[in-house]
Design a protein around this ligand. Structure first.
Ligand code: ZN
Length: 565
């Protein structure tokens, strides 16, 4: 197997509020599964993320709370960094865009693009709030959505239908600062004329080629990602302002730009690069290997509302700058709903990650499992507490946990925890070993296609195989009459358990660790799975439960909590 280099990014979350399960299911858990898998296979991976600390969403929140923006971003950067880490999202670095290194990196980027005449400077009328004497960023304008007619759509996006908008499209726009109707006033900005890049973007998106050369296989991209990009391109790309009149953000590093900052969607993706620079500096690596080497695979994990930024705007910027690689995939997820309704931070309809971790101590994997099993990979899906409980109790506890428990308990009971020998194999044993051998490749193939639900399903099928093997052979009965046969069955069951410990790591790292502890395994990796991992006479540890049941009362409490929101 050849070792490859990967740069994997997860969308930078805004540091204006805590993380909820929709964020996790969209851009963080799938990325973490992918990265843990790649590392398990021995690949070289930089997994970068960090807080997006700029943009009007932050200043709006600061105004609402009556505190400086820095106070808001410090608070949520720390809360979110800790929640990610406690949930086992194993970033190489969790950086932040208020960091000096990021400001320098983003400004250098802008200067290079300016020198290469990538931008056009244009004066245009923009919404202005007379009461507050300031130009209104897209987020400061709200009104009726022209697409779905919902009230309260923002100038950049409708949260109801997910459409990307521009402020001019809103029906009856009002300033969210004063509540008044804004006037139009002239201001000048740097624009990115996206239409100029259409010629290479179209074949890159549709065929995966650049200048006639293969870049990636478009068949591996999700159809909704290609579909959204095509509809943007077919709808006619336009010039988009890359600067804003705002006092919070990365200052525009050229003359005549007083009071202007970089558009947050120019600055945030560059945050992936500055995060990589910081990580490389801390770990004695060369960051350019991860961004400028054609052999490196760049993969962006995002939610569907960020497709245009990662598949059109950021690639344009990277290519126009020159010297940078482009993403080989952008596996964007659709949205996760909660109990039939759209998750919403502003409407407080959410399950907050840091609260889940408080309420369900040492049950991180129960949520990782449920979110992966219902991941919105090809369409919007729904998270319900009842489904979460059923998945934990009927699948993790009853299938996976039950199999492991039987193997560990019987081995301790009959052989004092010493793994028995594998004697003569019967045809059924050979069949089971043959099936076991096929699982790592099946799970790998699904993960490499970004089909994490399917991969998790295969992992559970391995646990099912183990359960069926024990149910069919009944070693607890055979023990009295056929010691040799019992030894063989338990040896094979132990090999299945060991493979489960390895193959579950990307999905459920806490349980994988616990299971490795139970089986007294170390130094095993993905490439060992499917084979004979545990030798005769290997000593395992006493049984403890791998997963714990979730009781009805716990679920009722959570439903009650949601009602109060
Ligand atoms: Zn809408």
């Amino acid at each position: 197997m050849s070792i490859k280099r990967y740069t994997v990014t997860s969308a930078l979350p805004y540091a204006n509020g805590p993380l909820h399960i929709g964020h996790i299911a969209g851009a963080y858990l799938p990325a973490d599964i992918y990265v843990r898998y790649l590392k398990g296979k021995g690949h070289d991976v930089a997994f970068v993320c960090g807080s997006d600390e700029h943009g009007a969403a932050i200043t709006l929140r600061a105004k609402k709370d009556g505190v400086p923006p820095q106070e808001i971003v410090d608070k949520y950067h720390n809360i979110n960094k800790k929640a990610f880490s406690d949930f086992g999202i194993d970033f190489s670095i969790y950086h932040r865009t208020s960091d000096k290194l990021h400001h320098e990196t983003a400004q250098d980027f802008f200067k290079t693009l300016e020198e290469k005449n990538v931008f056009t400077k244009k004066t245009a009328e923009q919404f202005y709030d007379e009461e507050n004497n300031q130009f209104l960023a897209d987020r400061y304008i709200s009104g009726e959505c022209p697409k779905c007619n919902a009230d309260g759509a923002y100038g950049d996006q409708c949260e109801k239908c997910g459409s990307a908008l521009s402020p001019e499209e809103l029906i009856n726009p009002t300033s969210t600062l004063s509540g008044k109707t804004p006037i139009k006033k002239e201001t000048s900005h740097w624009y990115l004329p996206m239409q100029k890049h259409e010629e290479w973007l179209k074949p890159w998106i549709e065929n995966g080629t650049i200048n006639g050369k293969n870049h990636h296989d478009p068949k591996t991209w999700r159809s909704q990602v290609i579909g959204q990009c095509k509809s943007w391109i077919d709808g006619g790309l336009q010039a988009r302002a890359m600067t804003r009149d705002l006092d919070w953000g990365v200052k525009v590093p050229v003359k005549d730009a007083y009071g202007k900052v970089l558009y947050v969607w120019l600055d945030a993706p560059i945050g992936y690069i500055s995060a990589t620079k910081q990580w490389a500096a801390d770990n004695n690596k060369n960051w350019e290997d991860y961004w400028k080497n054609e052999e490196t695979e760049l993969v962006h994990f995002i939610g569907k509302d960020n497709i245009v930024f990662h598949c059109i705007i950021f690639p344009i910027i990277l290519k126009a700058h020159e010297g940078y690689i482009l993403p080989t995939n952008v596996p964007a997820n659709e949205f996760l709903n909660l109990e039939g309704k759209k998750l919403s931070t502003s409407r407080n309809w959410a399950i907050w990650l840091h609260e889940y971790l408080e309420d369900f101590k040492e049950q991180e994997d129960a949520l990782r499992y449920a979110l992966c099993a219902t991941a919105p990979e090809s369409k919007d899906t729904d998270f319900t507490w009842a489904d979460f409980q059923a998945r934990n109790n009927n699948e993790l506890v009853a299938i996976f946990g039950n199999f492991i428990n039987r193997v560990v308990v019987l081995t301790n009971k009959y052989w004092e925890g010493v793994v028995p020998k594998c004697n003569t194999l019967e045809a059924y044993d050979e069949q089971v070993l043959e099936k076991l051998k096929a699982f790592p490749d099946k799970i790998s193939a699904s993960i490499e296609k970004y089909r994490f639900r399917e991969a998790l399903g295969e992992l559970m099928n391995l646990a099912r195989l183990g359960n069926k093997y024990l149910a069919d052979t009944e070693p607890w009965k055979l023990k009295k009459t056929d010691e040799k046969r019992t030894e063989t069955i338990m040896n094979i069951s132990m090999q299945i358990s060991a493979s489960l410990a390895v193959l579950s790591e990307p999905f459920m790292p806490f349980s994988s660790e616990k299971l490795k502890g139970l089986l007294n395994l170390d130094n095993v990796n993905w490439n060992d799975a499917g084979g004979i991992i545990i030798n005769d006479n290997h000593k395992i540890n006493p049984a403890t439960h791998l997963f714990n049941k979730i009781e009805d009362e716990q679920i009722e409490q959570q439903l009650e909590k949601l009602k109060q929101q």
